[in-house]
Each structure stands twice: as C-alpha cells, then as structure tokens.
Write a protein that binds this ligand. Structure first.
Ligand SMILES: Cc1ncc(COP(=O)(O)O)c(C=O)c1O
Length: 279
C-alpha cells in the first residue's frame, strides 16, 4: 500500500475548489470561487496561439522560457515601472503564478523558516509554505472593519526565524490595495530584518475607481530582496494557458513572473544551476 508523505497528509483539500465544483452543478449561481475572468482572451492572443501551434512551435523551450517572451516582459517592466530586469538571467517564465510562488518558496525555505502572511490572504499561500517545510505566520489586519495591512502586527510577528513576507496587492480575496505608505514601511522592515519579499502582483492591472498600484520592488534597495510573481491568467484572461513569470534580481534574490522576480547573487546562480533555468 502506498504511504503518503507527512507533508501530503498535512495538506487539507481546497475549500475554494470544493465550492467551485459545487457551483458547477447550478445554473442560477454567480460563481465567485476561482479568480477566472468570464471573458475570452483578445483575438490577437488566440490567433497568435493558433499560429504558433500550426507553425510547429510546440517543442521544449529553454527552462527559463522563450527568450523573446522574457525580452517582452523585461521591456514592459522598464516602460511601465522603470525597473530593469535582464531577460537572460532575471526573468523566468513559469507554469502560472502558482508555479512561480511554489518554486520561490522551495528555493528559499529551510525547515522551520517562518513566512509572514498578512490576512486576509489567498489560502494557497499557507499550504505552499507548509509544503516547502516552512511555518506560515498569519498577521491580522488593522481590524475586522478595516482590512488594511497592520504594520504593527507585522513588526510584532518578526522573530529570528522569519525568512520572508508574502504581499498580495491588489489582494485576493479582499481586493485590498496596499497603500504607498504601508508598502514603504514594509520595505523598510524587510531591509532592517534582512527579509525576502515575495510580492504576488497577479491582479495588478485589475484596478477600479482610479485606484493606483505601486510595487514594492520600485523602492530603493528592494529589487535585490524581492521576488515578483506575475501571471497572464487574470490580466489577459488566460487562466487555462498556465503562463506566469517571476522577476528576480541576479544580485539578490530569486525568481521571475509574465513572468516574476528576486534573489541573492549566489542564490540566483544556485537556483539557476539546480533548476537548469539559464543556459
Ligand atoms: C492571489 C493569487 N496569486 C496567484 C494565483 C495563481 O494564478 P495562476 O497560477 O493562474 O497564474 C491566483 C489564482 O487564483 C491568485 O488568486
């Protein structure tokens, strides 16, 4: 009889998936379970996908993803956020934001390392941290009526075992956008305590009512300790294509996202060696 690992046994089935499966049985419910846009990808995307398949572009790509895609991600970051990511070694195309997150945690966590996750949070973070032998540390928001991030609670949660903090802005499930002031304070905390910031920005373009998004990676000295997780799923309505990217700085942290990004010089290089990302 197959014995499952302790980690597998410790993971609970996803409630979101259970609700999603249930919702499929009804015609008269509005399904808010998965973040799956109910509009089609743009025709140009569909045409480009079909064209690539018909042209036989269906073989293995480099482990870090097609260079031409990484170059596009790199130019977009430069243009929109004024951050330079070298497409040859600081951007990695992933199987959705999900793989980007998982690989990042796998790459940085040792057993018992603590990862701060400000609530309310996307439930997968907790499971993923546990799967990578880390300890999720949940911090409460300002109050039950004010879901803004509590900087005070983050500060209190830091211990010598804290390795990283996961930010998600705009947030699933609350839609919360972390204010510039809070982002700046979190950047300061990360620098003071030598923490890695994993910033999940898969919803960064879904902004309403003049809301404005600012990535923590744009703050001084943050590129080297930040891994940016991105995805084509939400922005381009391509959930089934399973495409994401991580951006990571070569000097400091670890991964890349339309790709993502973070890591220390040595760790990025090591990642690259282990996962065979870069030629
Ligand atoms: C906050 C958040 N991050 C990451 C993801 C992963 O998205 P994907 O793997 O489709 O790119 C999701 C998906 O719902 C999400 O809600």
């Amino acid at each position: 009889m197959i014995q499952l690992s302790e980690i597998t046994n410790s993971i609970s089935p996803s409630l979101t998936r259970r609700l999603f499966n249930l919702a499929q049985k009804y015609d008269n419910v509005i399904d808010f379970t998965l973040g799956d846009p109910d509009i089609h990808p743009h025709d140009k995307i569909k045409e480009a996908g079909c064209k690539a398949i018909l042209e036989g572009r269906t073989r293995y790509s480099p482990n870090a993803g097609l260079l031409e895609l990484r170059e596009i991600i790199s130019s977009r970051y430069k243009l929109q956020y004024n951050i330079e990511y070298n497409p040859t070694n600081e951007i990695m195309v992933t199987v959705g934001g999900m793989e980007g997150l998982y690989l990042t945690l796998l790459a940085i966590l040792n057993r018992g390392d603590e990862v701060i996750i400000p609530a309310p949070y996307w439930i997968n973070y907790v499971q993923m941290v546990c799967m990578c032998s880390g300890e999720p540390i949940i911090t409460a928001p300002v109050s039950t009526n004010d879901l803004s991030i509590s900087i005070e609670n983050i500060r209190k949660a830091i211990t010598p075992k804290t390795k990283a903090i996961i930010l998600n802005t705009p947030s699933n499930p609350s839609g919360r956008i972390i204010s510039d002031d809070s982002i700046q304070q979190i950047a300061q905390i990360a620098i003071e305590n030598d923490l890695i910031v994993i910033t999940d920005e898969v919803y960064k373009t879904l902004l309403y009512d003049n809301a404005h998004f600012k990535s923590i990676v744009t703050y001084d000295k943050m590129k080297e300790r930040t891994v940016v997780i991105n995805s084509l799923s939400k922005e381009f309505c391509m959930t089934g294509w399973r495409l994401g990217y991580d951006n990571v700085s070569r000097e400091h942290s670890c991964l890349c996202s339309i790709a993502v990004s973070v890591c220390s010089n040595r760790s990025t290089k090591k990642f690259g060696e282990i996962f065979g990302w870069y030629d």
